[in-house]
Design a protein around this ligand. Structure first.
Ligand SMILES: *Cc1c(COP(=O)(O)O)cnc(C)c1O
Length: 391
C-alpha cells in the first residue's frame, strides 16, 4: 500500500476498542493476569504480551508497530525525547574500549554526549566530515562499533551519502546509525539505503504540533533485541498520552510535510534572490553535489532550512530576527508554526561560513505571508542600518 494509505491505517484496531477509530491512551502500571500460567507466559515475553506498564501498553505498541512499518524495520523502540533515543542507541552499542565515528554536522548535544558521557565510559569518538562518503572506510578501526550519520546535518544541512557509507561499513560488519529527523520516514528510509538503525526525534514532525517530546529508533534482528534490552533495563518508557499524541500526529504527517515542503521551497527560492542572502542551505538547492544525493535518495524536503547572510549583516542579526512578526524565536521545530534562530555551527566543519547564519522553520502559514514578513524585516534593516549591503 502507498505511504498515504498506510499513514491512515497503521496501528489502528477498532475491533479491540469497541469501534473507536483510534487506540485510546491506555494508561497502566499494573496489568492483571488471569492465573499463574498466564503470568509466567507474559513474564517470558514482556515486549510481546501485556506484562507491566513500563514495557508498554496497547497504545505504545500501536505506535511502535506504526513506526517500524514506516521505516521498514522489524521493530521500534520509543524514548522520551529525540536525544534520549540517540543516547539510548549509542549507550546500547558502545562498550568501554570501543570507538565511534560521528559526523561533524551532528546535532550539537550528540557531540557533547560523545565527548562528555561516552568518553567517561571509555568510548573514543572520531568526528568525520559530512561529505566523506565511501572514504569512511579509511577511518574504520578494529574497535569501531558504529558510524553515526545525520542527513542533512543540523544547522548546516550537508547531505550524507548513506548508501556509500553503509556499503563501506557493512563490509566490516559495522552498523550505521542515521538521525533522520529532518526528512522523517515519509521522505527518506535509511534502512532501505543500507543503514542499520534509523532514529527520529519524533518531537519534531511526527508530533508535529510543538506539544510533546518523543524519540524513536527502528531497527532489525539482534540490534533490536539489544536496543530493547538496554531501554528496558534503563527504565526508558513513554507515557500513554504522548504515544496517543504521536499517533494523532502520524495521521497527518504526509499532508503536513507536503505543505511544509511547498512553503519552504517558495521561501527558499525567494531568499536566494535577495541581496542580503549569500547562500541558501536547503538540500534541493544548496549545491549540485547535495542536490544529486537528495534527488537520488529522498522523496521530498521538509520545512527546515538555513541561510547565510552577507558578512556585513553580522551585527544586525538580532535586530532582523526581532523585527519578524510571523517567525517566532524558539528552539526545536517541526510544529505547524514558523520559527527563526541565529545558528552557530561547530567550527570543525569543513564548510566555511563568512556571514552570519539563520535557521528558519517554514510552518503551515501561507508562504506569501511569510515572504512578506521576511521582506519587511530586510527593508527595515536597510532603512535603519548603514551595515546594509543595499547601501
Ligand atoms: C531536535 C533534534 C534532536 C533531539 O530531539 P529532542 O526531542 O529535542 O530531544 C535530535 N536530532 C535532531 C536532528 C534534532 O533536530
Amino acid at each position: 500500500m502507498q505511504l498515504a494509505t498506510r499513514l491512515a491505517h497503521l496501528g489502528r484496531d477498532p475491533e479491540r476498542f469497541e469501534g473507536l477509530v483510534n487506540v485510546p491512551p491506555t494508561r497502566a502500571s499494573t496489568i492483571l493476569h488471569r492465573n499463574m500460567a498466564a503470568f509466567h507466559a507474559a513474564a517470558g515475553d514482556k515486549h510481546g504480551q501485556p506484562y507491566y506498564g513500563r514495557y508498554g501498553t496497547p497504545v505504545s505498541k500501536a505506535l511502535e508497530a506504526a513506526c517500524a512499518d514506516l521505516d521498514g524495520g522489524d521493530g521500534a523502540v520509543l524514548y522520551p525525547s529525540g536525544l534520549a533515543a540517540i543516547a539510548g542507541v549509542l549507550g546500547a552499542i558502545c562498550d568501554a574500549g570501543t570507538h565511534l565515528l560521528v559526523v561533524d554536522s551532528a546535532y550539537a548535544p550528540v557531540r557533547e554526549f560523545c565527548e562528555k558521557e561516552l568518553a567517561r565510559r571509555g568510548v573514543a569518538t572520531t568526528f568525520y566530515p559530512p561529505g566523506i562518503g565511501a572514504g569512511i572506510a579509511a577511518l574504520l578501526r578494529p574497535e569501531t562499533v558504529a558510524v553515526y550519520c545525520e542527513t542533512p546535518g543540523s544547522l548546516t544541512f550537508e547531505m550524507q551519502d548513506i548508501p556509500a557509507i553503509s556499503a563501506a561499513a557493512s563490509r566490516q560488519g559495522i552498523p550505521v546509525v542515521v538521525d533522520n529527523t529532518w526528512a522523517t520516514p515519509y521522505f527518506f528510509c535509511p534502512l532501505a539505503k543500507g543503514a542499520s538503525i534509523a532514529i527520529q526525534a519524533a518531537t519534531k514532525y511526527l508530533m508535529g504540533h510543538s506539544d510533546g517530546m518523543l524519540g524513536v529508533a527502528v531497527t532489525n534482528g539482534e540490534l533490536l533485541d539489544k536496543l530493547r534490552r538496554h531501554a528496558a533495563l534503563s527504565g526508558v518508557m513513554v507515557s500513554a498520552d504522548d504515544c496517543f499524541t504521536a499517533l494523532r500526529g502520524l495521521r497527518t504527517l504526509g499532508v503536513r510535510l507536503r505543505r511544509h515542503q511547498e512553503g519552504a521551497t517558495a521561501v527558499a527560492h525567494w531568499l536566494a534572490g535577495r541581496p542580503e542572502v549569500s547562500r541558501v542551505l536547503y538540500p534541493p538547492m544548496t549545491n549540485e553535489e547535495d542536490r544529486l544525493i537528495w534527488e537520488r535518495d529522498f522523496q521530498g524536503a521538509s520545512g527546515l532550512l538555513g541561510i547565510e547572510l552577507v558578512p556585513a549583516l553580522a551585527g544586525a542579526i538580532d535586530e532582523f530576527v526581532d523585527s519578524l512578526q510571523l517567525f517566532a524565536i524558539g528552539v526545536s521545530w517541526g510544529g505547524f508554526e514558523s520559527l527563526v534562530l541565529p545558528s552557530h555551527p561547530h567550527r570543525s566543519l569543513p564548510q566555511a561560513f563568512r556571514g552570519p547564519l539563520l535557521r528558519l522553520h517554514i510552518g503551515l502559514e501561507e508562504p506569501a505571508d511569510l515572504i512578506d514578513d521576511l521582506e519587511a524585516g530586510f527593508e527595515r534593516l536597510s532603512a535603519s542600518s548603514t551595515r546594509s549591503p543595499l547601501r
